[in-house]
Design a protein around this ligand. Structure first.
Ligand code: PLP
Length: 454
């Protein structure tokens, strides 16, 4: 079979794409002028475009390709599964071997108190599931008035109606009259951008206590859950001050409120642990997962559920009227199993925790000396650099927010490295299989791009 990329030149593909394809998170009108970048192949940490250029995938796709691109083990596992059982559902008392094996595997990898998983196809669906699960749980526990879910400003939990509402992206809220009722937002632990004169530790406590204020305002008897990413990803790799999570944990323990740790980005090795909750010592009741679960080879997500919540959902629950045609799709489950097998056999968690993580972090943080950089931060293989007009004063912002970030992102792509711009910060989240030489190149290309932007 001939690949489309081989029969159409770049310009015609771009024209057809602009004419017919509505892209996510894109001003599609701009595509008529600039054209899309067409990626035709990928292997390891490298992308190839339709003109034959090689570009380093500094974002692991969309924070998901943990084991690198083009792994034949996953393709083979999916092919084998599709040849045996390409589709069957998990509704109405049916199941199949790959989904059973994956559920067992996830129970082994998850924190000891989380032994159950509900499957879906994406992080957004996982968070929609969370929305219904926590409300249903409290109803089953005899507290149906516990309905409100507290999220954080600038958090990201997906693009469905519940995901957008739980997230705190104001530009998303403006489209479609979000959030839906029953969702409340508190401040994010973004010391660099919002810490004012406070030390990072003071700010961590200060912002954590906004949660107490919100709970008191809403009424503890009405609050069902608090949802947060261990490190906010799409919000700009917001690494909380060290004081933040212990204080939030203390507050949630004192109050009768479920904790949802959104592990869609932080899960599956990104921080050098299986889950971000493990890195920060969190004890969530629910963990939405997706992305790295299958390294993006096929779409699969889920919600890991604690034994405590399962008591309400399963023991007291009756039928949970919720599910997706592709909940636990056999080929996607096979892809996830093959992906987890690679992660284990290549010890990618250990590699990020003790080897490539510290190696890249040290070099990345040294970029903090650049005159355009206000802060360079990284945990595991997830980092950001804050671009500033005045290095001495982080309160001074660029005149047009986002313009310098966008310019830097575009230059980086021309220099052969995919980075993401969030406001005026540059984000990196490469595949976990990044080698030392590739890490050196990533940092050298970032430096070259910063020099050209300055
Ligand atoms: N939750 C978090 C933390 C995410 O970063 C994302 C996507 O980036 C989602 C949920 C939504 O996942 P999906 O795009 O698979 O629906």
């Amino acid at each position: 079979m001939t690949a489309v990329s081989n029969i159409y030149p770049t310009a015609s593909l771009q024209a057809i794409d602009a004419a017919h394809h509505i892209h996510p998170f894109t001003d599609t009108k701009e595509l008529n002028e600039e054209g899309t970048r067409i990626i035709t192949r990928a292997d390891g940490v490298w992308l190839t475009d339709s003109d034959g250029n090689r570009i380093m995938d500094g974002m692991a796709g969309l924070w998901c390709v943990q084991v690198g691109h083009g792994r034949p083990e996953i393709a083979d596992a999916v092919h084998k599964q599709m040849s045996e059982l390409s589709y069957y559902n998990t509704f109405f008392k049916t199941t199949h071997p790959p989904v059973v094996a994956l559920a067992e595997k996830l129970a082994q990898l998850a924190p000891p108190h989380m032994n159950h998983v509900f499957f879906c196809s994406s992080g957004s669906e996982a968070n929609d599931t969370v929305f219904r699960m926590v409300r249903h749980y409290w109803a089953q526990m005899g507290k149906p008035e516990k309905q409100v879910i507290i999220g954080r400003w600038n958090g990201y939990h997906g693009s469905t109606v519940a995901g957008t509402s739980l997230g705190g992206m104001k530009a998303m809220h403006e489209q479609g009259n979000m959030p839906i009722p029953g969702v409340h937002h508190v401040d994010q632990p973004y010391w660099f951008g919002e810490g004012g004169d406070m030390s990072s530790d003071e700010f961590g406590i200060h912002v954590a206590r906004k949660l107490v204020q919100a709970i008191d305002e809403i009424g503890e008897d009405k609050v069902a859950a608090f949802i947060a990413e261990p490190i906010q990803g799409a919000g700009g790799v917001i690494i909380p001050p060290e004081t933040y999570w212990p204080e939030v944990k203390r507050i949630l323990k004192e109050r009768d409120i479920l904790f949802v740790a959104d592990e869609v980005i932080c899960g599956f090795g990104r921080l050098g642990t299986w889950f971000g909750s493990e890195y920060f010592g969190l004890e969530p009741d629910l963990m939405p997962i997706a992305k790295g679960l299958s390294s993006g080879y096929l779409p699969i997500g889920g919600v890991l559920v604690s034994d405590r919540v399962c008591e309400g959902l399963i023991d007291k629950g009756g039928e949970f009227y919720h599910g997706y045609t592709y909940s636990g799709h056999p080929a996607c489950a096979a892809a996830a199993l093959a992906n987890l097998e690679i992660m284990e056999s290549e010890n990618l968690i250990g590699y990020v925790a003790d080897d490539i993580g510290p190696y890249l972090q040290q070099r990345w943080k040294a970029l903090g000396d650049h005159p355009l950089v206000g802060e360079a931060r990284m945990v595991g293989l997830m980092g950001a650099i804050e671009l500033v007009p005045n290095k001495g004063d982080r309160s001074v912002k660029f005149a047009h927010e986002g313009s310098v970030g966008t310019m830097c992102r575009d230059l980086s792509f021309q220099n052969g490295l995919v980075m993401r711009a969030v406001r005026d910060s540059m984000i990196i989240s490469p595949p976990l299989v990044l080698s030392h030489e590739e890490a050196d190149l990533l940092v050298a290309t970032t430096k070259k791009t910063l020099d050209a932007t300055y």
